[in-house]
Design a protein around this ligand. Sequence first.
Ligand code: NAP
Ligand code: ZN
Length: 351
Amino acid sequence: MQNAKAYAASSATSPFASTTIARRDPTPNDVQIDILFCGICHSDLHQVRDEWHDMMPTVYPCVPGHEIAGRVTKVGSSVTKFKVGDLAGVGCMVDSDRTCPECKQGFEQFCNNMVLTYNSPDKHIGGVTYGGYSDTIVVDENFVLRIPANLSLAGAAPLLCAGITTFSPLHHWGVGKGKKVGIVGLGGLGHMGVKLAHAMGAHVVLFTTSPNKKEDALRLGADEVVISRNADEMNKHTGSLDFILDAVAAEHDLNAYINLLARDGNITLVGAPPKPFQIGAFPLIFRRRSFSGSLIGGIAETQEMLDFCGQHNITSEVEVIPIQKVNEAYERLLKSDVKYRFSIDMASLKG
Ligand code: NAP
Ligand code: ZN
């Protein structure tokens, strides 16, 4: 066992504070990573504040962070995929059973025994897993990703969650040339959705509640921007979108978006606000529209996404902050006041 520096919340209402946590020594299959950057996902905030209590109650102290980018410092004796000095990434999962049908088909995220990067039982040292708001992490090499060398590390970290969570459904629902695609919410996930859908060749319409994000959305790859609180602007798109990705972190009216779908159009929810939605039957049954959800992506697909981002030079737009600003960052996240992802510079934890 070894000690690591970390930032933890000790209850749903406590601010983050500096602490020391235990990490296991690398087993033969493990890679130890010096964490250089960690993105702040809205899921971190939901989890730390125990907003998902009914689904995934939070165990305290909680060290969140699942957008981890760093450098390998140690490898176990059986590790073949990484060597000391390699760039490495870790996303939302650190293990799964690897034997179930989901794992065998590359859907580790749907494995019943999937282990989340934080707040999951830790079979190695007991307690729960601790995430990336820390200086180091030890992970099985099969759950460690390669980060293309041409990408900035601060901007690549958010790809490990925001990138794959948007890439996977865009890919699954056949987004590409000739498709009209809506992205709802220009936050951490949404801005990656805009960039990726644009790179896949789709016509991208960004729906936002924030008029001041319009210019940025166009710069990031949106072909059109709709202020979603303006009914006239919304109505212009009725029945026209092939696919909509909803990446909003708060309650909002989904029926307004379902009405914008074309025949057989699909709206996929990746946003995970705690309260259930109310969905009318009529917006769905007319035009045979469908409504689904999506959870991150499998390990192989995450690597595919990182390689795609490497080829297209895609990273997240980040505001780099020291870890000491994490409490302030959470308050700003709640006000949609981040362009467009906070990336924590972990050098600040070492000082
Ligand atoms: P974020 O950076 O806070 O972005 C959320 C965006 O939603 C905001 O920027 C804002 O965009 C919009 N929004 C906020 N409040 C709104 C409201 N009241 N009505 C309408 N729009 C509103 O959050 P994120 O990190 O991208 O995460 C988004 C959601 O996805 C979270 O619930 C998170 O837990 C979830 N998530 C799910 C997965 C998965 O695997 N399914 C993975 C990661 C995250 P505008 O200003 O443009 O309106
Ligand atoms: Zn996330």
